[in-house]
Design a protein around this ligand. Sequence first.
Ligand code: SF4
Length: 232
Amino acid sequence: MKGYVHSLQSMGTVDGPGVRAVLFTEGCPLRCAYCHNPDTWEMKEENLVSAEEIAEKIIRLYPYIKNGGVTFSGGEPCMQSEFLYEVAVLLKDKNLHIALDTSGCILDESTKKLLTVTDMVLLDIKMTSEEDYKKYIGGSFGKTIKFLAYLEKEGIETWIRHVVVPGINDTEEDIKKLRKLISDYTCITKKELLPFRTLCLEKYENMGIDFPLKGTPQTDKEKLNKLQKIIQ
Ligand code: SF4
């Protein structure tokens, strides 16, 4: 089948273990205030690609990624779980490690099927309350936690990722709350705090949309390191 593909990054080193190919799919039901990929929100007809074609492109990168693997990212990749399942099956033939970078907002039967061929999940827990999810993300905290509970039940290795935004979720209390929320899950092998960045401003300007966090400073590196020590 065909899927909506935004781009393929050939030598990623931050989205999972080792050197990886990162496949960015199009389509996202969320609208995170700090989103740095607004250009992936919509599915565009002209970007339809077959599972075979994209798997072939990835397999060409095999010499570089054989010790790392492939990460499905977006957008929200679980909007196209059936398509990614087909891609993953083709990649599994080559023994490539598959990671899924998701917000955990879609756990339907197709996503469950995709998870059967997924080696690990990078789960983005964006906020720590239903209220903040509604205000800053346009999504549901409860759905993300249900996704995490499913990963635990299935024993799928999970890295938690969390963007720290100044003035919104950057206090020690915020991070302690996150730590407590995820403390009982044995599937979690890594917790990563990521900085809020404003590099995406130009994309918003080019798209003619307002950046909701315009004026918010980037996350201070020292502060981020301090918070990272709390969550470890
Ligand atoms: S889930 Fe990702 S792509 Fe979707 S709005 Fe949030 S940051 Fe952007």
